[in-house]
Design a protein around this ligand. Sequence first.
Ligand code: SF4
Length: 388
Amino acid sequence: MTTLRDKTPGFGVYLHWPFCAAKCPYCDFNSHVRHQPVDQTRFAAAFRREIATMRERSGPREVTSIFLGGGTPSLMEPATVGALLDAVAEHWTVPNGIEVTLEANPSSVEADRFRGYRAAGVNRVSLGVQALNDQDLRFLGRLHNVAEALKAIELARETFPRLSFDLIYARPGQSVDAWSAELDRAIGLAADHLSLYQLTIEEGTRFQLLYDAGKLSMPDSDHAALLYEITQDVTAARGLPAYEISNHARPGAESRHNLVYWRYGEYVGVGPGAHGRFIENGRRNVTFTEKMPETWLDRVETHGHGVIGGEVLTREEEADEFLIMGLRLTEGIDLTRYEALAGHPLPLRRITELQDEGLVEPVGNTRLRATPRGMIVLDAVVADLARE
Ligand code: SF4
């Protein structure tokens, strides 16, 4: 198990399974609903080919974590998950016991596959619970109810060494008391990790249409900020403090894979719509693949990969990304690493200004982090620090 004291950024492998049973009205992820069965054997073969191509590009590496995300990876048969994990292990070095996470929805059909996933090598599951009351689950367009979610949590706890689940808060009409009680109940369910996201209106979603038509009224920013503060207080008091703006864990149970992103490590992204960032020929490359699953499949079968774009980042771009990702963490960023990436230090004057406003604070001599107040306006803090 990782700890925040081990700050090696790592090398992760992200595998994107792009299919869902239904499209949730708030979701802007690359997820697609298919009314015919998906040919999982053919997709698994395409994942294997794209993994081989990525291995050629990345060179030999030791993998520190694997993440099966989506979409809904728990729509995969356990044999498909096994085939993907085997392909990763055949192309890179995968030490025993590294974190292997699978995102799952808590419907009973998917829970039935948990033991198969465990046998295939998954040791951590991240459940999309989203709410602990049926009315809000219906509002969020989820296909499960609370009873199913509770059963799935129980089964996941029995099956996997590690468990996380997601909740969405700042839902329309949600009071501070209602959210505190729901959060308290969630913590009592003994996950070692919680991802707690505020509901936001994303472009291209059904909620955006409703919102634009005046049919969905969202909490105002003051109420949302209050709910955020309550979230920090309740989780800290119950032993799962925030280690990232939306992620909370018992010490030692932080997501090793997500820390790769936030600590600006390297990762390859495989599957439709997956992004990667890894060092190739001494420079950090961005890759992204075709989003439409069937088009991705054709491309992989023809060219050996579905990569349709990417770029080599400049030092300045790398330093900006490092800042954007690292300031999400409560451990903050290493200022010497920023300087090494950017070729110059962060301007002291700007740090001092933001410190005077109570938005950032030093951690020891070499680190800087956002304060709880700074986290609420993090985009503005990052923009201020990165400004020429
Ligand atoms: S299940 Fe997840 S990925 Fe699929 S549509 Fe809903 S929120 Fe998006």
